[in-house]
Write a protein that binds this ligand. Sequence first.
Ligand SMILES: NC(=O)c1ccc[n+]([C@@H]2O[C@H](COP(=O)([O-])OP(=O)(O)OC[C@H]3O[C@@H](n4cnc5c(N)ncnc54)[C@H](OP(=O)(O)O)[C@@H]3O)[C@@H](O)[C@H]2O)c1
Length: 351
Amino acid sequence: MSRQSCFKALVYGAGGMAGGELLRIISGHPTLELVGAVSQSKSGSAIGSVHPHLRHIYSKTTFISPENARTVEADIAFTSLPHGRSAETVRELLDRGLSVVDLSADFRLKDPATYERWYGISPSQPYLLREAVYGLPELHRTQLAGARLVSGVGCNAAASILCLYPLARLNLIQEAFLDIRAGSSEGGSTATAGSHHPFRSRALRIVEPFSHRHLGEVAQELSLREETLSMRLSAVETVRGVQACAEVTLSSSLKERDLWRLYRDAYGNEPFVHLCPARPAHQRFPDPRLTTGSNNVQIGFALREGGRRCLVVSALDNLMKGAAGSAIQSANLMLGLPEVAGLNMQPVYPV
Ligand SMILES: NC(=O)c1ccc[n+]([C@@H]2O[C@H](COP(=O)([O-])OP(=O)(O)OC[C@H]3O[C@@H](n4cnc5c(N)ncnc54)[C@H](OP(=O)(O)O)[C@@H]3O)[C@@H](O)[C@H]2O)c1
């Protein structure tokens, strides 16, 4: 393929955890070409000095400043900045005529008041909230095609939404309790008192008891009332990986074969969502390690006696399907490329 048929990509927040993952995927993408790894604090440093696993690929590339990025010709930008810090940059990029995938939470919620309630700040570009398409192709494939602005997903939200979507779209959820187990990379690359290795390693710590902020996205995307959901987030001993365990009270009684049909109907043709077998027992529910380094999601479920309650468990790699993988999958759709382009990597196992 000639260089002319490539789409030129800028990555903002390229020195961060999700930004590094974007650089990794783009390095193997057949049609995206990195034209700028943008970093305020690391401008001028070699990419390999921050992402040593990519040193051999980007051996001649250094981070560029946001100021220098303004003059770089590009087709698409990925903004992987903290929430509240992304929206201004996104607006500027849209004004330049670029397509944008924003990985932060700044465009995930449609309603400005809901954003303010969960994030404690008002959205700086509220008029763009309606335009942004939520970047989960399993729900929004049609709207993503040709979109100008796509919002990335919350990793816990993506795991939860994909867990519940086959039930929610048929109004089968009366209420659901989401028990989320998350690895340390979810917290990004800056160490905090809670993430410092001696305290975080081997932790089994409850971070949020009832309502992690990703709950807002889950309610929005599944058209559920927030009151019907609760979400507990625990920090567990992994670096990558999210496991969402959803205990669902169903609005009507189901049989096991109904559950299989619902989940096969929803995901049978999805390239990255895979159902776990009912047997052997130790494989019935997914371990996030089975998705490490890939864009895959695994889902397993079981119905409780009586048919009104079920447990659905999903697992994914928070930096891939929970962030950069979904962002690239969405970008492929925005640009009219094959949806799976650049995302054919298989999981690394065991890890
Ligand atoms: N980690 C995950 O599992 C995950 C999953 C889904 C979504 N996300 C979202 O993706 C975004 C990036 O997350 P991350 O985990 O990659 O975080 P990170 O490792 O902390 O990286 C964020 C980057 O943003 C830049 N930055 C930091 N503070 C800034 C500020 N005040 N103003 C402007 N830029 C600033 C920094 O880059 P420079 O200083 O080098 O410019 C930093 O490298 C966040 O919005 C996060 O919510 C993360």
